[in-house]
Structure formats: structure tokens, C-alpha cells
Write a protein that binds this ligand. Structure first.
Ligand SMILES: [Zn+2]
Length: 272
């Protein structure tokens, strides 16, 4: 099943923006079961936030969309539900650069990606807070987390990346938890987002009221496998998300809807 949502015109006068109904980006959080793989496309760019677990068909998912190259592939951290699918991409999809974070607690994941990347001549860069990625015009991409030299690993070391233009945005959070959310609030007191990738598949120890409340998203995406062994998303996280968003219909789950699809247009507002 494919769920589609259009962030489109409510107030912008059509006469001033004749291109207003044309898409300026397409976001698809691909149903890869328990794991993350979010594809962001503009007219001339395609990038991927995590590659899902192994053998869940991320390569076929890209091929069926006519994608044979990515500007970059970002791997938030070393867990298999985020990195595993990368192995089937390398050598079959042209990748401009692979971006990784500071998580070194699962070297088998990122080290094997590094080995393959070297074989195929793909650059691997480590990102930290404050880094920016080349613009995906008109979108700017900024790394929010983790700070340099922070001794943290596993989920807490996930890259958090904010993609935004003047009016709309997407916050990719990987698998961060309460502690990282709290620090991000301190570092980014003005951070907001239109669409939130709910941290850590809706775990009980992520998506604090304070964090979701400040971000104030219009839509929350939970990337989760049906009947997964972790009990994600948890009732606690769902209750906090609903409390902030005010309407559970604004919480979209891949286990219920399949691939989640949003079109950003040049108008500002929310419509469905
Ligand atoms: Zn995960």
C-alpha cells in the first residue's frame, strides 16, 4: 500500500508562483520491514537516508523507481536494520559519497561498507554536528547530531539530519533516545520540522513530550516492521506523539500503510 500526502497550497496566491503545484521534493520512507530507508528526490538529485536491513529489497525498490544513482547514501549508525541493505547497493547503484556517523560500536557493519566502498572507489565521509551537505536545491541539509568527540555509541550516536527550505523540512533522527533528544533541545532551541522520522521506531525511550513538542511536526513517520520482536511502536511513544500532534491520523506507520510518500510543493500549507 502506498500512502501519499501533499504538503501544498493553502494561502499562497497562485498567480505569483505559477510553478506552485509542481513538486520541489518527493520523500518516500520505503517499507523495508523493521528498519529505515528514506529516499529523498528533487528534480536532479536523489539521496538515501539508511538502507534498511539486508535482503529486504532496497536495490529493487530503487530500480523500480528508475534510480540508478544516488548523490549520497547516509548511514545513521551501524545497526543492521539501517546498514544491512547497503551491501546490495554497492556495485549496483552509482553512489557519489557515503556519509557515516561516529558510531564505532558495530564495526562489522560500517567496516564492511567501507571495504566495499573502497573496492568501488566510493568516498566515505564521517559527519558530525555542524557539518552541511551540498544543497539539494532548494533544500539545505545540516547535521544536528552527534557532536564531535562525544563518547557515545549504538543508537545514541545516530546521525540526525535536518533537510529544510524556507518553509518546509524533514528531520531524520535514526535511533536516538531521550538523552540525545534532551541535548538536541539544548543545542537547537529553535528547531522545528514539518515531518519527523520518529526516533528508534517508536521505542518507549524516545520521542519525549518535550522533544516532539518543540519540533511540532505536522506529520510523524514511524518506520517499523509488522509484529516486530521489539514491540515497536510502543504505546507510550504513540501516546506522546498523539498528545502533541493532536490527531493519530498524523502518525503514519509503515507496518500499517506500507511505503510512506509525501510530495512537497512550492506552496506552503498542508493538504491531503
Ligand atoms: Zn533501528
Amino acid at each position: 500500500m502506498l500512502a501519499t500526502f501533499v504538503l501544498c497550497a493553502c494561502k499562497a496566491p497562485m498567480t505569483t508562483r505559477p510553478e506552485s503545484s509542481s513538486p520541489k521534493a518527493l520523500l518516500e520512507c520505503i517499507d523495508v520491514g523493521q528498519g529505515n530507508a528514506c529516499l529523498w528526490r528533487t528534480g536532479s538529485h536523489a539521496v538515501l537516508f539508511d538502507a534498511g536491513p539486508d535482503s529486504m529489497g532496497i536495490l529493487d525498490s530503487l530500480k523500480v523507481r528508475g534510480i540508478d544513482s544516488l548523490d549520497w547514501l547516509l548511514l545513521s549508525h551501524g545497526h543492521r536494520d539501517h546498514v544491512g541493505g547497503a551491501w546490495e547497493l554497492l556495485g549496483h547503484i552509482k553512489i557519489g559519497c557515503i556519509h557515516v556517523g561516529l558510531d564505532t560500536t558495530h564495526p562489522w557493519g560500517t567496516d564492511s561498507v567501507r571495504t566495499l566502498a573502497k573496492r568501488y572507489g566510493i568516498r566515505v565521509d564521517t559527519l558530525v554536528r555542524g557539518d552541511t551537505l551540498p544543497d539539494l536545491s532548494p533544500w539545505h541539509v545540516r547535521v544536528i547530531w552527534p557532536p564531535r568527540l562525544r563518547e557515545t555509541g549504538d543508537n545514541g550516536a545516530s546521525l540526525v539530519v535536518h533537510v529544510r527550505d524556507d518553509v518546509q523540512s524533514f528531520l531524520y533522527t535514526g535511533d536516538i533516545g531521550f538523552a540525545q533528544e534532551s541535548e538536541i533541545l539544548q543545542l537547537e532551541p529553535d528547531l522545528h520540522t514539518s515531518i519527523l522520522q520518529v526516533p528508534h521506531h517508536g521505542s518507549a525511550t524516545s520521542s519525549s513530550l518535550a522533544f516532539v513538542g518543540q519540533l511540532n511536526p505536522s506529520l510523524a513517520f514511524i518506520l517499523v516492521g509488522i509484529h516486530n520482536e521489539y514491540g515497536h511502536p510502543t504505546l507510550e511513544a504513540l501516546q506522546r506523539l498523539t498528545a502533541v500532534l493532536g490527531d493519530s491520523s498524523r502518525i503514519w506507520r509503515t507496518d500499517q500503510r506500507g511505503t510512506l510518500r509525501v510530495v512537497f510543493t512550492y506552496d506552503f500549507g498542508i493538504g491531503e
